[in-house]
Design a protein around this ligand. Structure first.
Ligand code: SF4
Length: 108
């Protein structure tokens, strides 16, 4: 059941994501696990997240710190306006990852 991304149509992807048959869902999970084990083994990798700021002008729907989410208190650990890192930085010492994250700030 391995597909290359180019071989799958948008409609097929939507079909997989909307699947409700538990047998088919389990088959997808089993296949995903098989591919994972084949590529990175059965290890669990921990990722550390350091959020420098949760202020963001963008509105990515899946993101908890998106601009239109008014259910949180905004903060900046450092005043990074004017000379800061935008987007997400990943530092990967070995196989573990530390993610430095902040939203996109206004005016950039
Ligand atoms: S922090 Fe990143 S993912 Fe979240 S809304 Fe901003 S740009 Fe999108």
């Amino acid at each position: 059941m391995i597909y290359k991304f180019e071989e799958i149509t948008r409609e097929e992807i939507i079909g997989y994501l909307n699947e409700s048959d538990p047998v088919k869902i389990q088959a997808y999970l089993d296949e995903a696990d098989r591919v994972k084990v084949e590529n990175i083994g059965s290890k669990v990798f921990l990722r550390g997240l350091i959020e420098l700021s949760n202020i963001c002008v963008k509105n990515c729907y899946y993101c908890g710190i998106r601009h239109d989410n008014n259910n949180l208190v905004r903060y900046e650990l450092l005043n990074l306006h004017g000379s800061h890192v935008t987007g997400h930085l990943y530092c990967r010492p070995g196989r573990e990852a530390t993610q430095l994250i902040q939203g996109e700030l206004p005016g950039l």
